[in-house]
Ligand binder design. Sequence first.
Ligand code: DQA
Length: 140
Amino acid sequence: MKKILIINGPNLNLLGKREPGVYGGQSFELYFEELVAAYPQVELAYFQSNSEGAIIDKIHEKGFSADGIVLNAGAYTHTSIAIADAIRSVTTPVIEVHISNVFKRETYRHHSYLSEACVGCIVGFGLKSYKLAIEAFVNN
Ligand code: DQA
């Protein structure tokens, strides 16, 4: 059974309430239940933190045993060399995801420190971005 971990960064605990015009009206907890039901052949886990260090610790903890990490680092995407280094430090491949199409938004969202360290990026498909990332790991 493949082990895939989804990590959500800052403010993503407020999905469903936070800027619904940008991020949609569904909470991640509910969406995660849908994912678990859709992929009975996958051991899916979910972690969210608003703290950069906690995200790094989780990447270190699971990054040598999980088969894939799906990471939405939120705004840390655009600021965190430390998270990029954590991704480079582990053996588990990481896919960067974003709910919104960051390239259609403010220019400060156009640059990601993480993309270079990731195997791929999925951007702009709403919550479906996570499903597409899981598909990439499962059909691989
Ligand atoms: C986001 C995009 C980031 O720019 C933003 O800071 C987020 C969410 C997304 O999923 O679209 O928090 O990562």
